[in-house]
Design a protein around this ligand. Structure first.
Ligand code: PLP
Length: 386
């Protein structure tokens, strides 16, 4: 855990349970980020408030909860926790990462222009190309790590930059502080998909971003058992706009799923430590294999992309792994391996895939929390055709 994680978030306890202004470490925030504001029993965890609506104490009065599309206490605890982890003022929990993306797109109007990283999650490209564009919002993709290229593509109608860093699956990085300076100068929204690094390794709002997006399905949930998404912001006027869209569109996360997410987040910091340790060992081992030509690993978190010497080797590995499952998704305690060309990036146009280097030799591993030696043994057996 690096040092900047030691003095985190002065205002993280917003529910009144703590009147001391504790500067909690992020490890502690994962466990205690927010607690049930309505707790009268001493319960250690926030219960599942499985209710759609709330009775009013009198005419024109409210308990603070009216209808669960607007707010539910289980969701509220989770949202406050995620806001604290990202050092934001408000977080909204959605039924999936893509639901969060879809609501985000409603911030834009016909004629608006967005610049996005050119190696985004495939579902984000599908949403931009087939839904945002249909609604009159144009999206240009480029390497957002290249500030000059970003500046050259700015238009009068450009309203936002949408950045994934590192990108998926080619692990290209964007310097968020530098890009945030351009956004401030040009009055553009900086939106960052922080699914891959999580707030343990990167907190984009602290670096100048306006909105953070998460697929909570991945590391935040962490157990491959629930879909979720988040939007987090540090700015009151953005929170107000997003909350209006949130209650109007209704893609909110159900109480039970909120409970699972909250439970997952409690172990986020310790999972990320183990995942990173495992991933470093596996990336180092892969780099030494004669059948492996390139290894892309950003040094933190659990995503490793690598290129095999031939398409046949990649297929062999997918068919021979036992412990590591050949499945889409990432970020859970179980290690998974995917074939981006046929799975996550199947909807990205072939020419664009080729230009990015997403070909039939590319595999992507999401490293879990198993014993690294067992994962390496599984890969070793698969690579050698056993
Ligand atoms: C999975 C993913 C999404 C979409 O989230 P869902 O929860 O699957 O809807 C968005 N961005 C990234 C980087 C992802 O990995």
């Amino acid at each position: 855990m690096d040092d900047r994680n030691n003095n985190h978030n002065q205002n993280s306890n917003q529910n009144g349970n703590h009147n001391r202004n504790i500067r909690n470490n992020i490890n502690t925030l994962c466990v205690h980020g927010a607690e049930d504001a309505n707790n009268t029993t001493g319960a250690i965890t926030t219960p599942v408030y499985q209710t759609a609506t709330f009775a009013h104490p009198g005419v024109g009065q409210s308990t603070g909860y009216d209808y669960a599309r607007l707010q539910n206490p289980t969701r509220e605890t989770l949202e406050k926790t995620v806001a604290a982890l990202e050092n934001g003022a408000d977080a909204m929990a959605f039924s999936s990462g893509m639901a969060a993306m879809a609501v985000l797109c409603e911030l834009f109007a016909p004629g608006d222009h967005i610049i996005a990283s050119d190696d985004l999650y495939g579902g984000s490209v599908r949403l931009f190309d087939h839904i945002a564009q249909k609604n009159g919002v144009s999206v240009d993709y480029l390497d957002t790590g290249d500030i000059g290229a970003v500046r050259a593509r700015l238009k009068g109608s450009t309203k936002a930059l949408f950045v994934e860093t590192p990108t998926n699956p080619m692990m290209r990085a964007t310097d968020l502080e530098k890009i945030a300076a351009v956004c401030r100068e040009k009055n553009l929204l900086l939106i960052v998909d922080n699914t891959f690094l999580t707030p343990i390794y990167q907190r984009p709002l602290e670096l100048g971003a306006d909105i953070v997006l998460h697929s909570g399905t991945k590391y935040l949930g962490g157990h491959n058992d629930v879909l979720a998404g988040f939007l987090v912001t540090g700015r009151a006027e953005l929170s107000e706009k997003l909350r209006f869209l949130y209650k109007t569109i209704g893609a909110c996360l159900a109480p039970w799923d909120c409970f699972l997410l909250q439970r997952g987040v409690k172990t986020l910091a310790i999972r990320m430590e183990r995942i990173t340790e495992n991933a470093r060992r596996i990336a180092a081992w892969l780099a030494k294999q004669p059948q492996v030509q390139t290894v892309l690993y950003p040094g933190q978190s659990g995503m490793i992309s690598f290129k095999t010497d031939a398409a046949a080797t990649a297929r062999l590995i997918l068919e021979r792994v036992r412990l590591i499952k050949y499945a889409e998704s990432l970020g859970g305690v179980e290690s998974l391996i995917t074939y981006p060309v046929l799975q996550t990036h199947a909807d990205v146009p072939a020419a664009k895939r080729e230009a990015l280097g997403i070909d039939e030799c590319l595999l992507r591993v999401s490293v879990g929390i198993e014993y690294a030696g067992d994962l390496i043994a599984d890969l070793a057996a698969a690579v050698s055709g056993q």
